[in-house]
Design a protein around this ligand. Structure first.
Ligand code: GDP
Ligand code: IMO
Ligand code: MG
Length: 426
């Protein structure tokens, strides 16, 4: 059976969690393939909100096997706290599987993330300070500890002792910080976390392939987004993994021929948290209105998200980078009260027009957006459940985006609730 990817097409927080949850109804496995607890995926069911960081968004269905793939970086303390939170809300988490090849986030990763950001001063990236970058750096440097090391205390301790020596020297000598204690880390990771995680640690690559071979449908859930991708995003203002659809193959352990559907999730406008270029950023009262109506504050960090108009140049690039088969558009309802809505159709710099993303990032920092302005719909869309419920101006806005982006919009979110969406048949 084929696999489907859900991928963010902007700078994150597009509503991947909501659409993953919706699509999961028809799936068997939901696999997170990269990132860590820098993600915050919100699902609202019957008025109850679930903010997930590491656990795949399929967890709310009893028939789904949720999988944390090898490409994810896992802080086991955070994972267990999230499982406890879900259990308190009555969610059965016993089906969760975690790849033994996923890398661990250790306390020194988080410390180094914090002090490195502080040292960068005004040039800081604005990371989530969760230790994501340092953990992926250790993976690439081949000094990382993996989830499977939790099953072998001797190996865990040997690796920890070697790597902690270097990390403590770095923390003390470069960053003037107190050293971390290997015994305390081992007590927490081996003593407290390992016994609870042991049963979940699995060869997830075999699990995914067994499912595909048994004609089951696998959903690959991206975290972060295309323009936060380490290779394709607005470097260095990116995360340290590959959220693009290609990353799903590596982070779940499947070849590209299994993937036949790639849904790119986009907001009806754009937001970004943290630093970095943002051509359509709105620094005026329209931006404030979008932040206010859209509740644009980080799911876990609480940071205000920077708002801007929909950027078709970015989306066209995301179509290419991810082989998008369709777009899932969220938060159309947030624009309900506006007299007019703008869409960036191209950029301009010194008389030159850019219909595609400029290759040189210094150009992207300076470009001016070229906008088309469309009439607003001035109608509450939150109860719409089928295309016919949308006023003409809202349908025209969607048609204009489709024409600009070049792939069909299949789902449109009109509110945070699971049932608040409009489906457009193929
Ligand atoms: P993710 O990281 O891509 O999963 O997105 P987040 O969960 O971080 O942020 C999206 C926010 O928008 C969450 O609070 C969702 O509940 C909310 N949301 C998702 N879709 C819609 C929608 O169509 N309309 C509105 N108003 N809110 C939505
Ligand atoms: P979801 O999955 C939005 C941003 C951070 C920062 C940069 C690097 O909820 O869409 P990191 O901690 O990853 O090293 O931070 O990436 N960032 C996100 N922004 N949504 C996310 O996840 C993000 N995960 C990381 O704000 O700019
Ligand atoms: Mg989010």
């Amino acid at each position: 059976m084929p696999a489907t990817v859900v991928v963010g097409t902007q700078w994150g927080d597009e509503g991947k969690g909501k659409f993953t949850d919706l699509l999961a109804k028809e799936m068997h496995l939901v696999v997170r393939y990269q990132g860590g607890h820098n993600a915050g995926h919100t699902i609202v069911v019957n008025g109850e909100s679930f903010a997930l960081q590491l656990v795949p968004s399929g967890i709310l269905y009893d028939h789904i096997v949720p999988v944390i793939g090898n490409g994810v970086v896992v802080d086991p303390r955070v994972l267990l706290a999230e499982l406890d939170m879900l259990a308190r809300k009555g969610v059965d988490t016993s089906r969760l599987k975690v790849s033994g090849n996923a890398h661990l986030i250790l306390p020194y990763h988080q410390e180094l993330d914090k002090v490195a950001e502080r040292r960068l001063g005004k040039n800081k990236i604005g990371t989530t300070k969760r230790g994501i970058g340092p953990a992926y750096a250790d993976k690439a440097s081949r000094v990382g500890l993996r989830v499977q090391d939790l099953l072998d205390p001797k190996i865990f301790r040997e690796k920890l002792d070697v790597v902690l020596k270097e990390k403590n020297a770095l923390l003390a000598k470069v960053y003037n910080q107190l050293p971390l204690d290997a015994d305390a880390i081992a007590d927490q990771y081996l003593g407290e976390c390992a016994p609870r995680l042991e049963a979940m640690i699995t060869d997830t690559v075999s699990l995914v392939h067994d499912a595909l071979e048994a004609d089951q449908h696998v959903l690959l859930e991206g975290a972060q987004a295309t323009f936060l991708d380490l290779d394709h995003g607005t470097y260095p203002y990116v995360t340290s993994s590959n959220p693009v659809a290609g990353g799903a193959c590596v982070g779940a352990g499947i070849g590209p021929r299994y993937i036949d559907r790639v849904m790119g999730v986009a907001k009806a406008y754009v937001t970004r948290v943290g630093a970095g270029p943002f051509p359509t950023e709105l620094l005026d009262e329209v931006g404030d209105l979008i932040v206010d109506r859209g509740g644009e504050y980080g799911t876990n960090t609480g940071r205000r998200r920077r708002p801007g108009w929909f950027d078709a140049v970015m989306l066209r690039h995301a179509v290419r980078l991810n082989s998008l088969s369709e777009v899932g558009l969220t938060k159309l309802d947030v624009l309900d009260t506006l007299d007019t809505v703008k869409v960036c159709v191209a950029y301009e710099l010194d008389g030159e027009r850019f219909d595609h993303l400029p290759y040189h990032q210094s150009v992207l920092h300076k470009v001016r957006p070229i906008y088309e302005e469309l009439p607003g719909w001035k109608t509450d869309l939150s109860a719409a459940t089928e295309p016919g419920h949308l006023p003409r101006e809202a349908s025209d806005y969607l048609a204009f985006l489709e024409e600009q982006v070049g792939v069909p919009i299949r789902m449109v979110g009109v509110g945070p609730g699971r049932e608040q969406y409009v489906h457009y048949a193929a």
